[in-house]
Design a protein around this ligand. Structure first.
Ligand code: SF4
Length: 411
């Protein structure tokens, strides 16, 4: 439920903020994104408040964002390229780099990004509506619980046809257009924009949302439909529901490479133990042997597949189901799994009053309806969850596979 507006002093200026009532959780967009990437990382960062050292990439990104704010802050004359580069060198912070070579490469990259930006854009031509604007958006309703998602939009421009919402990226890798078309960050920024300018909801096709990949000098743009914006709540409410249910399972992914919590994470912390190795002879030998065995099994599996093919085609040629060699017999065996036609089964079992007894709870379907259930029902459904089957197996990587990750560990 939205409350009245109040005034707040932020960074020396007075801003108007909406007050929200009955909200269960206030979360930043970056927190939600962190949760969706790895719930355990979210727990370290936002629940346990463990400090994560800023990575080089984060420090670099913050400096570039500040320079772009400087370039576009409305003024009678926009800064020249030289002035922007001068601003960059004043803001430069080389502390995060391990040596001079790395620092020099990063500094040159920054100079290139800003120079390319000027080559492709005339800052004086942009009609800036807002820069780094803060938002606090209420999502959900009485039935789902009301929550506030907060964040900062890098830039909003007025364009000849409408508006453009821009988020700057300093990442090396660019996403596919499909990912941009479904990017949640851009969707929430658009929702925040519409919260401020509700009349624009009628003209969604005139509002462009863009990710500007500065290292590549490429802007990937998209628009959003009403359906996409409506679906946003469902996705965020699902994540918030999981946070409230304290679901903090780790997700191992390439993003671990940049995670500053590896020394606390069960997937990585063994690597950071003081002795940095297995302190038990038996376990150390088991690691060596399991790696050798894994390689041998890979080779054996391949050979087994080749031999099977030879024998199956021999059997087919002879039109037999088994072949007898001097050392043994090899036969063809076909394994089938079966499923029942649900409609026909229902016809048989409903009259016998046995249909309910064989119907199974479908976990996937249940997860689909969970976000739209009332909060109390969601909590009851969660409480009804019990462990089913669990199997434990090993994942095996050779040392050389993880060496690359070692180098990027934030210490
Ligand atoms: S290292 Fe990976 S799995 Fe562990 S908390 Fe960080 S992101 Fe999650």
């Amino acid at each position: 439920m939205e409350g009245p507006e109040s005034l707040l002093v932020y960074n020396g200026s007075v801003i108007s903020v909406k007050r929200f009532s009955d909200t269960s959780m206030r979360i930043s967009y970056s927190g939600l994104e962190a949760y969706r990437n790895c719930p355990l990382k979210y727990r370290f960062q936002y629940v346990e408040n463990l400090k994560e050292p800023k990575s080089r990439e984060q420090v670099f990104g913050t400096i570039i964002h500040s320079v772009l704010r400087y370039i576009h802050t409305p003024a009678s004359v926009q800064p020249t390229l030289d002035q922007a580069l001068n601003q960059f060198s004043q803001l430069w912070n080389g502390d995060a780099y391990e040596n001079e070579t790395e620092e020099r490469a990063a500094f040159s990259q920054g100079v290139k990004i800003i120079s390319d930006y000027y080559a492709k854009n005339d800052p004086g031509e942009a009609t800036i509506v807002d820069l780094e604007s803060r938002f606090a958006l209420e999502i959900g309703d009485d039935s789902t619980g009301r929550h506030v998602v907060a964040g900062i939009v890098d830039r909003i421009d007025a364009t000849p046809s409408g508006f453009e919402i821009i988020d700057y990226k300093t990442a090396r890798k660019m996403p596919s257009q499909e990912k941009v078309d479904n990017d949640l960050q851009l969707s929430i920024y658009l929702r925040a924009f519409l919260d401020r300018y509700p009349k624009e909801t009628e003209h969604l096709d005139r509002i462009t949302v863009s990710l500007y990949y500065l290292r590549h000098g490429v802007k990937l743009s998209s628009t959003r439909t009403r359906e996409q914006l409506a679906d946003l709540d469902r996705q965020f409410l699902a994540a918030i529901g999981d946070i409230e249910a304290a679901k903090f399972d780790p997700i191992l992914s390439p993003l671990c490479e940049w995670c500053g919590y590896r020394r606390y994470c069960p997937f990585w912390k063994h690597k950071y133990l003081e002795e940095h190795s297995v302190d038990d002879d038996g376990a150390q030998k088991a690691i060596e042997e399991i790696l050798t065995l894994r390689d041998r099994m890979k080779g054996d599996k391949l050979r087994y597949a080749q031999l099977s093919e030879t024998l199956l085609s021999y059997m087919e040629g002879k039109e037999v189901e088994r072949v007898f060699g001097s050392t043994g017999i090899v036969g063809k065996s076909v394994r089938r799994t079966w499923k029942y036609d649900e409609d026909r089964l229902r016809e048989v079992l409903v009259p016998l009053d046995k249909w309910d007894a064989v119907r199974k709870v479908d976990g996937t379907a249940l997860r689909g309806i969970l976000p739209v259930l009332p909060l109390s029902a969601r909590k009851e459904v969660e409480a009804a969850k019990v462990p089913d089957k669990e199997s434990v197996s090993l994942t095996i990587k050779k040392a050389r596979d993880i060496e690359a990750l070692d180098e990027s560990v934030v210490s």
